[in-house]
Design a protein around this ligand. Structure first.
Ligand code: PMT
Length: 222
């Protein structure tokens, strides 16, 4: 129906950062607040979808009527998403997932010993790439945070990860992207559309994004 175009659809959204242990008290993380992903979950719910929100550690209130799966590490986020992927109609990956984690996190607190300390890192699993390879009918959306040549790198991720759309944040601009209440994004779809959504609240950005994705999905179904 008009007001609820996602009625009967399952939508999974990832949000927030991941935390990767260095030792018993320290970890690597990033600046993601979860605001963008939570805004997407709220709008998906308003559009009638059954929404699952897989969230890294954030200071956000749960959303009424949205299933919240809380995870900490990139590995936990990978498992939570892979477990649920087959049932989804749409998956949007707004989370800022660690690309590397400490290879041998210490169970104890690391002691100060020498002047410098080397921590070996290993790659985490690429969630988007994995689900891009498994994808059947799911509409798959990635996010990208880039500081330079944003459209060029965005297009590369769209192709390499078999996405239907990519949303690119220019995080070189400090008023938008990580943590801010507002955002400004560019969207590229597999069908060749390129759209800019100028600065506005993350909630309004989420509404604009769903307009673009839903139109694109319907176009494909025709
Ligand atoms: O949370 P906020 O403070 O509101 O900020 C929003 C945001 C800037 C975090 C968000 O809008 C955003 O851009 N998220 C993606 C950030 C990111 O990690 O970009 P990336 O270019 O490193 O990763 C690209 C894509 O691959 C993302 O969809 C990411 O979820 C995914 N990825 C990355 C690594 C990994 N191991 N698995 C993945 O699936």
């Amino acid at each position: 129906s008009k007001g609820q175009p996602l009625k009967g659809k399952n939508v999974l959204i990832s949000a927030g950062p991941t935390k990767e242990a260095v030792d018993a008290v320290r970890f690597f993380t990033n600046h993601s607040s979860g605001k963008m992903g939570y805004a997407l979950a709220e709008v998906a719910k308003q559009l009638g979808a059954s929404v699952t929100l897989v969230s890294g550690p954030v200071q956000m209130d749960p959303i009424n009527g949205v299933e919240l799966i809380q995870v900490k590490t990139a590995q936990e986020m990978y498992e939570a998403i892979l477990e649920r992927f087959d049932d989804q109609d749409m998956v949007i990956k707004a989370a800022a997932v660690a690309d590397y984690r400490p290879k041998n996190p210490s169970q104890q607190k690391l002691k100060k010993k020498s002047e410098s300390l080397v921590i070996e890192l290993e790659r985490t699993k690429d969630i988007l790439k994995t689900i891009g390879e498994k994808k059947e009918n799911q509409y798959l959306v990635g996010f990208a945070a880039e500081t330079d040549d944003v459209l060029y790198y965005g297009r590369q991720k769209l192709d390499k990860k078999n996405l239907d759309a990519i949303v690119i944040n220019d995080i070189g601009n400090l008023n938008v992207g990580f943590q801010s209440d507002d955002n400004e994004v560019q969207v590229i779809t597999k069908t060749g559309q390129e759209k800019s959504v100028t600065i506005r609240s993350k909630h309004e950005i989420a509404q604009q994004l769903f307009d673009i994705f839903i139109e694109d999905m319907m176009g494909e179904a025709k």
